[in-house]
Write a protein that binds this ligand. Structure first.
Ligand SMILES: *[C@@H]1O[C@H](CO)[C@@H](O)[C@H](O)[C@H]1NC(C)=O
Ligand SMILES: *[C@@H]1O[C@H](CO)[C@@H](O)[C@H](O)[C@H]1NC(C)=O
Length: 366
């Protein structure tokens, strides 16, 4: 009860913050397809002023063929019981998430696909992302955020990746890297802050019960982590608000969030349980970088990808570190491995948001 009350207060606080916040980006919208970004990734707008059912139709059509390849692939793994569960889930989803359901219906309509399968794919993606997220400040105090996204079937997923500019009142509200025919955000930047997600699958939590709890949670009104990120980007005008949303919003599965801001020491990695925070690391005077892979590093476990980033950053040192070092470190194995799809480099103070494709044929390791 007390937790609930606290959550209510938090959303109230976010609401006030939204009302007070004035969005400042001056860029205006030209059209749906904005061409390729300097790194060759297509850019599309997603207009939040459209009714939810219309928002993702354009991009769904663009990525339709690639999407069906992935859908067929995952369907091959489904057992009859899982199919039955999905149908039950689709039956309640529209009640608990009416807006997101409309978006999904719109995408399914656009590609002439099955709503239930489009819905399912959103959840499949959620459970299979492996990533590296690193936030560090340089000798001038400037904060850099780097992140690699790793997925099974990387070549197929790369075909679905695009840079999205979410529009509200004809201005860019936030930018994200998305996959066609999905509505969750795994990495995004709004004026002043960037958020990225890493899947949390610590060694000690890999049990059948856990997966069952994930499923049970799908039926409750809680969101999946990529929708929590989207709401943080949509509802918050600043770093503190977003940090608060990421730390307090109930969600269907555990996750890690990396969030960077644009002021001194604004950087945090939040380890989330479904209803609470398990651990938070923040930048500080003593701590010039924080890094997250896919295990609970704060319990003393540092996997090979975690060791690699630590070693590289420490050998450069806090005084010599530059943003280009972060990009370089994350472009090399094992941070960049055969499951890596794209990299995102952001510097909030400069409005830098640079996503680009990454590729490597060396083994993917924890
Ligand atoms: C974001 O704002 C919407 C609309 O006010 C609200 O329903 C939702 O709960 C908020 N999300 C979060 C995560 O605070
Ligand atoms: C820093 O972020 C805040 C929002 O958290 C924003 O209002 C401000 O304009 C940003 N400043 C710079 C220099 O980017």
């Amino acid at each position: 009860m007390r937790v609930l009350l606290k959550l209510k207060q938090t959303s109230f606080l976010s609401l006030i913050l939204i009302c007070l916040g004035l969005f400042q980006s001056l860029q205006t919208v030209k059209g749906d397809y904005l061409g390729l970004n300097p790194q060759g990734m297509p850019i599309y707008t997603v207009d939040l002023d459209l009714p939810p059912r219309e928002r993702f139709k354009e991009t769904a059509i663009v990525f339709k063929e690639h999407y069906f390849v992935i859908e067929r692939l995952y369907m091959g793994y489904l057992t009859p019981v899982m199919r039955a569960v999905i149908h039950m889930f689709a039956d309640v989803f529209w009640i608990v998430h009416p807006t997101y359901w409309e978006e999904i219906k719109g995408m399914a309509e656009a590609i002439e696909g099955k709503e239930t399968l489009v819905l399912l794919i959103q959840y499949v993606y959620e459970l299979s992302a492996f990533c590296t997220s690193t936030i560090a400040y340089d000798s001038t105090g400037l904060i850099h955020h780097g992140r690699n996204l790793d997925y099974p079937f990387p070549q197929l997923m790369r075909n679905l990746a695009y840079e999205a500019h979410f529009i509200k009142d004809k201005r860019i509200l936030y930018k994200a890297v998305m996959f066609g025919v999905t509505n969750g955000v795994s990495v995004g930047q709004r004026n002043g802050f960037t958020i990225s997600i890493n899947q949390r699958s610590p060694t000690k939590m890999k049990s059948k019960t856990n997966q069952f709890v994930n499923m049970a949670n799908m039926f409750m009104s809680n969101n999946k982590p990529t929708l929590v990120i989207r709401e943080a980007l949509e509802n918050c005008t600043n770093y503190e608000c977003a940090l608060n949303v990421l730390a307090t919003t109930p969600q269907i599965a555990p996750s890690y969030y990396a969030i960077s801001g644009n002021e001194t020491y604004q950087g945090a990695i939040i380890t989330r349980d479904r209803f609470s925070v398990a651990h938070i690391d923040t930048l500080s005077k003593e701590r010039w970088y924080i890094n997250q892979n896919n295990d609970d590093h704060w319990t003393g476990i540092c996997t090979q990808r975690c060791l690699y980033v630590n070693e590289r950053l420490q050998s450069i040192g806090r005084h010599a570190f530059k943003g280009s070092d972060l990009v370089e470190i994350l472009s090399e194995w094992p941070a960049n491995n055969k499951e890596t799809i794209h990299h995102l480099y952001s510097v909030n103070s400069h409005g830098t948001f640079d996503p680009y494709y990454l590729e490597n044929d060396k083994e993917a390791i924890m």
